[in-house]
Design a protein around this ligand. Structure first.
Ligand code: VAH
Length: 315
């Protein structure tokens, strides 16, 4: 029987991925953890425990005592917050990954999942259809930590046979959870403002194209990767992953079809420089070839689904 530990379960991705893991493995086989006790309210379907991922002993005891077989390590400081607290972001993002990789080696865990990001790419990376292998000189702490983390993941796979798998997520958008301090957060917030009948103050330029993905596709990609036979997972740093790319203007126009009096203004802030350092679009041929990745949602399909469901969703 697998026992799945989710670290950072209350975050934007974890809130939805934890439920999908409970659906796959059985709720009693999943332990959701997060830093704050208040997160317990999100997990009425599985066990919840407070866990500070920086508490090495606490994490080790949990893995040992619960006979954990897989860890989904989702806790991280994202790009925008990371630029305000660089050393804290580096320490949390890196130390926590190394804790998890060491435990995976010590307890011979079956699998580990760790999310990377398009943030590993930098200003001199090819911007259009960014390839799996290319120059990566990220200039955000978040991107630097994700690039270093990818190197550690590949190292632990090659040296210690730790079955760690990873995806370079684009900006993730969903209606069931709120984003956590990233540069793509605008693409979630815009729907909330449109439904509230308020003008949206966008912190990026209207023409700032970024790779994006609807949360159901991100969950599908994560489970497809984790359920693939090990020999199919040929890339052990992290896979490029793509679905769509759009600008704030295109996002706004997709909403106008449903809410014609919705208003927006563009006031770029410090996050514009972060967005400018990232690709416009991603080539994810390797994921599609190695383990059959295929996305389902484009911008219009996502907007339709969000506007139909968000009004009924209770956070
Ligand atoms: C961020 N949402 O904005 C994250 C993501 C590609 C962006 O990694 O930091």
């Amino acid at each position: 029987m697998e026992k799945i530990l989710v670290i950072g379960a209350a975050g934007q991705l974890g809130s939805e991925l934890t439920r999908s893991l409970a659906d796959q493995f059985g709720a009693e086989q999943v332990i959701a953890t997060d830093l704050n006790e208040s997160a317990k309210a999100k997990f009425d379907f599985c066990r919840f425990q407070v866990l500070d991922v920086m508490d090495k002993d606490g994490l080790r005891n949990l893995v040992k005592n619960e006979k954990v077989t897989q860890i989904y390590h989702l806790a991280a400081v994202l790009s925008a917050v990371g630029e305000k607290k660089p050393l804290f972001a580096w320490e949390l993002n890196m130390e926590s990954l190394l804790h998890v990789l060491e435990l995976a080696k010590e307890f011979k865990l079956n699998k580990v999942y760790w999310p990377s990001s398009i943030a590993v790419f930098g200003p001199n990376t090819p911007k259009i259809n960014t390839p799996q292998y290319c120059v990566k000189e990220p200039n955000t702490v978040y991107g630097i930590s994700k690039q270093a983390g990818e190197r550690w993941c590949e190292y632990y796979f090659q040296k210690f046979n730790v079955d760690v798998r990873s995806l370079r997520y684009p900006g993730l958008i969903g209606y069931k959870s709120l984003p956590g301090g990233g540069t793509t957060d605008y693409a979630v917030d815009i729907y909330h403002k449109a439904l509230a009948g308020e003008k949206f103050d966008c912190f990026l330029r209207e023409d700032s194209s970024l790779p994006m993905m609807y949360m159901p596709d991100a969950i599908k990609a994560t489970l497809d990767l984790m359920n693939a036979p090990s020999e199919s997972v040929k890339i052990r740093s992290s896979y490029n992953l793509a679905a769509m790319n759009f600008t704030p203007k295109e996002s706004y126009e997709s909403i106008l079809k449903y809410i014609p009096d919705f208003k927006i203004e563009y006031n770029p802030d410090f996050r514009q420089a972060i967005a400018d350092s990232w690709p416009d679009s991603i080539d994810d041929t390797c994921a599609r070839k190695d383990w059959g990745w295929k996305h389902d949602y484009d911008l219009d399909a996502m907007t339709k689904d969000i506007l139909e469901n968000l009004p009924n969703f209770k956070f």
